[in-house]
Design a protein around this ligand. Structure first.
Ligand code: ADE
Length: 252
């Protein structure tokens, strides 16, 4: 998979050199390129923003550097990328969406800063370059820009690309796969002696996990997933109440 990221803070994306995603890049499974948007400016100050038409607080990213950056991106490989634009007003980024994106050959990310990117940039990418364009939101909170969202999305998508995670089984029972949260996990020692504020306590692993009874362990884990989901994310047990997109609501 090819991934191009456009940002005014390329250093923000440095963690993509680390861990599993870094290894996948070195192995050629993920071809990630980070581009500095300011290289597509032509004034002395490398200006990327301006005041909003209609007034209001903050600054808006100018369309010109973006049109040049995206036109350059179009020349990097055959075909067209799916352009993802992180924004709190975007489509919710979910595990099923990550799974769908992981099957695409080419993704591009446009990191907005300030109050966002001039709306005509997305129109240009969709109508004039012929790209698929999707504004995406990590959640119902506001970040200072798209970079942190891109780090999260590239990790969530990249690890679903075949070969990136060595043990494919570890992808199956994770939180959100199968619509339930993950069960709690434990490792040695079975009986853990730990000093708390009120003195020494012993914390034991649930005995069923030491029983060797695989059916009982599977049943216990399933029950834990249900209880956790009911307590922490009841919306996942009532998916129709949590549907947030027309697609999820069953619109044609
Ligand atoms: N940029 C700013 N806030 C964001 C969010 N919640 N998700 C994605 N991109 C963002």
């Amino acid at each position: 998979m090819r991934i191009d990221v456009f940002t005014i803070f390329p250093e923000y994306l440095a963690p993509l050199d680390l861990s599993l995603i870094g290894k996948a890049r070195r192995e050629g499974l993920l071809d990630v390129a980070v581009h500095d948007l300011r290289t597509f400016t032509h004034d002395r100050h490398n200006t990327v923003d301006d005041t909003p038409y209609g007034g209001g607080a903050g600054m808006v990213m100018k369309p010109q550097p973006w049109s040049e950056a995206l036109t350059y991106a179009a020349s990097l490989a055959p075909g067209t990328p799916h352009l993802l634009v992180p924004a709190p007003s975007g489509r919710p980024f979910t595990q099923p969406f990550a799974r769908a994106l992981a099957t695409e050959p080419w993704l591009a990310f446009a990191c907005g800063r300030y109050e966002g990117i001039d709306e005509r940039v997305c129109d240009f990418a969709a109508a004039d370059l012929g790209w698929q364009v999707t504004p995406v939101s990590l959640g119902d909170y506001v970040l200072n820009g798209g970079e942190v969202a891109v780090l999260a999305m590239v990790e969530a998508i990249g690890r679903l690309v075949p070969g990136v995670v060595g043990n494919a089984e570890s992808l199956v029972e994770e939180s959100h796969e199968g619509g339930l949260l993950e069960y709690p996990v434990y490792t040695k020692p079975a009986s853990w002696r730990v000093r708390g504020p009120a003195g020494e306590v012993v914390r034991a692993v649930p005995p069923v996990l030491l029983s060797g009874d695989h059916a009982a362990i599977a049943a216990w884990r399933h029950q834990q997933r249900l209880e956790r989901t009911a307590e922490r994310r009841p919306d996942l047990l009532r998916p129709e109440a949590a549907a947030t997109t027309l697609e999820e609501l069953g619109a044609p």
